[in-house]
Write a new protein. Sequence first.
Length: 394
Amino acid sequence: MTNKILAKDIISVGAVDWDRRLFDELIPLPDGTTYNSYLIIGKDKNALIDSVDPSKEKELLANLKSAGILKIDYLIAHHAEQDHSGSIPAALKAYPDAKVVTNPKCKTMLMDLLLIPDEKFITVNDGDTLSLGDKILKFIYTPWVHWPETMVTYFEDGKILFSCDFFGSHLASLEPYVGDEAKKYESAKRYFAEIMMPFRTNIKNNLEKLKNLDIRLIAPSHGPVHDKPNFIIDAYKDWISDNVKNEVVLPYVSMHGSVAEMVSYLIDALTKRGIIVKPFNLTKTDIGELAISLVDAATIVLGTPTVLAGAHPQAVYAAFLANALRPKTRYASIVGSFGWGGKMPEQIAGMLGNLKVEIIPPVIAKGFPKKEDYLALDRLADAIKEKHKILGLI
Ligand code: FEO
């Protein structure tokens, strides 16, 4: 990536990863990602904000070289996760006089993860400032966006917030700003769903902490820079709010067609009742799409056959994922089938403990659904409609 000037004396020197398709060997990245690193040139000192994934360290060093930088005094580490910290050892080798500036918790993690020696660190407290001569950087602790040690940096004169994972997106682009707002929103929402949603309460506290800052640019360490800060701040306020939508998310798997038939019937029944349904065939779907839908939906209904006395492993995975992501979903239910027995509904319901949901009685058919099963699916659709009415969604 060629360097991009973000503002006077501030250069984006990170890397684009067009080909990355999985993060943490789990999260799908259909649009690749970027590891943004920002060089701030001061009158007396230079600072580098975050590094890049170790797979791109040569690119970072080449970008710094092409920026004509002979010395870096401070390597500011907002977050210990290796997609931002992993090239710090290489940067320390290239700029041996540099010190890693971070909070005590992040320092410990960087020592554990990257074996950076103690003497290489300067630790900062919440609210501390660092002078580059003509520029003052302020550090603000923002825990749990994404790990407990995360913090951000505010450059008051430039009105720029360097936010690391907070407000990020997995969206590869050569330009620091992306003009396509729909694409930008979708990528940011996917990122929120997969990475930030479990920490909604912490995000609320962090937004409160940042609310009085005068911000012109938000420069995260993944994806586009936000030159309209309210675009992303308002989106976050919406996603972390307790408001849910008149939507049912319906992840399902079907082995021989019984569950598929029930799901198809339930989709029609809910649609006729004015409810938006988002079905996901778990053998084909991108789990990121499922995660995005969980951000707003009032209800989740899982569909699964019974396999070896329990739920199908694909449904177990979806339940485990939904439980881990902790969406604000209010209601849950299960539709499924069995041949001769098992504890599938109890198993799935027992996996949703993190969700503060009321379980609406499941509909389980013996084999292919029959008249009484279709009636039970109608009753399930009625029950969901009633619940959504209580929430004022219909
Ligand atoms: Fe982009 Fe939590 O690292």
